[in-house]
Design a protein. Sequence first.
Length: 247
Amino acid sequence: MGRAFEYRKASKMARWDKMAKTFSKIGKDIALAVKAGGPDPESNPALRRCIQNAKGANMPKDNVERAIKKASGADADNYEEITYEGYGQGGVAIFVECTTNNPTRTVANVRAVFNKFDGNLGKNGELAFIFDRKGIFTLEKSLVTMPWDDFEMEMIDGGAEEIDSDDEEIMITTAFEDFGTLSHKLHEMGLEAKSAELQRIANNTKEVNEEQFKANMKMLDRFEEDDDVQNVYHNMEITDEMMESLS
């Protein structure tokens, strides 16, 4: 399995099942997309991607339409994207992506979480060498009816760097600059992704002891409970034994 696939699966098992704000997150993504490119998904690729992700998350169509309408109105929230970088226990690198209408509140909350769990908020740009920004596409494996070798060749032609799968899903990783190219390739082939996102993938991992692991996991959970936080990435190595220690 590829590095990005393993990272995503580990992160999903460790934390995504605890998140209760998926619809809110997608709603903010929609607001940003509409602000940048307008309310018509036909002429706004970013909005099309948001709608695609909403479908993958089983977000009701009415919710999506309301989010687009709200973002198009004169009284729409003025959201902006802000990132924060820091370290958890054991020197684990943590990258926090936020969407907020109150940056003062957001930075105070992010700093408070780092402090509470004996981490520290660093300077933006410090972790650029640790995280690679990648396009991540997830598809239902059952959608692919052509021979696997042919499918792989089509994906590579569309800019795929890694193609990984398990019994249910296919995950395709692209370079940041090839995100749009692969999205277009899938559209040409009539394949609708469950999700299409830009993620930050750690290019190395940090080993920690059990105590540090548990503290860092609590920190990550606390970040994701914050309404302003959209995504949290880290380079902590996660083993099966560590996962079992949480139960």
